[in-house]
Write a protein that binds this ligand. Structure first.
Ligand code: SAM
Length: 221
């Protein structure tokens, strides 16, 4: 069987008891970055065989992983942080396992968008997760597509493009659209700032942000 195991997005105390159990009982761990995984496993005193499984080799590695699963190995998949397959490698292997009739489980656990959405104060009964926007080609058309969206929209964004994203939100959705920016969730300098797109644009233009960021944008009223 394959189990996707969410790992902390900053605070190591967010690992779950089940995550530790699955990692301890796995025959093999697939990791986006073997060094990051080794650090995490060492912290929890788990020694395991780790194989690299990242976006550049996941297509080619599929056959071998499926073979190992069919041999009866219990495999755990972890990404660098958060839930595998959420803006991280994982989807391809899940799809292949389902095709090959191999059991797949995903443990509940850390992911960045849920706390950001809940803390945004924007409606979270219905929302869309956009993840990362394309950096160049297709970015504009994504905004046009989202123009009529009535649900809260969640984006992952790099600190270097946050100001540009807020500017685009103003341009396409209006300067008064309510937004929130969550930074460094679960870490020492965690902060969530709420306001209109323009207020947040002004703030982050004057105070360039650092760290990892989730942006929530209210849907069209
Ligand atoms: N798999 C992860 C998850 O479940 O959230 C997402 C991985 S994606 C490659 C990394 C992006 O997630 C970051 O650029 C940021 O947008 C968001 N992210 C991850 N950790 C975060 C944190 N501690 N605070 C804010 N955003 C975070």
């Amino acid at each position: 069987m394959l189990t996707l195991v969410p790992t902390p997005i900053g605070n190591l105390q967010d690992i779950t008891l089940r995550a530790l159990e699955v990692l301890k009982n796995a025959d093999l761990i697939l990791a986006e970055d073997t060094r990051t995984a080794r650090f995490l496993l060492q912290h929890f005193q788990i020694e395991k065989r780790i194989l690299s499984h990242h976006q550049h080799n996941e297509h080619n590695a599929l056959k071998e992983v499926i073979r190992l699963l069919k041999e009866g190995n219990k495999i755990a998949l972890v990404s660098d942080a958060g839930t595998p397959a959420i803006s991280d490698p994982g989807f391809l292997i899940v799809r292949e396992c389902i095709k090959e009739d191999i059991e797949v489980y995903c443990l509940p656990g850390p992911t960045a968008f849920v706390p950001a959405l809940v803390m945004s104060g924007l409606p979270c009964d219905k929302f869309v997760f956009e993840g990362f926007l394309p950096q160049k080609k297709g970015r504009q058309s994504r905004f046009l597509f989202l123009k009529e969206e009535e649900r809260t929209i969640v984006f992952y964004e790099s600190p270097f493009r946050l100001v540009k994203l807020l500017e685009e939100v103003m341009e396409h959705f209006g300067a008064e659209r309510k937004c929130s920016v969550s930074r460094e969730l679960t870490k020492m300098f965690e902060e969530t700032r709420r306001g209109t797109a323009e207020e947040l644009f002004q703030h982050f233009s004057a105070h360039p942000p650092k760290g990892e960021i989730v942006v929530c944008v209210a849907g069209k009223e």
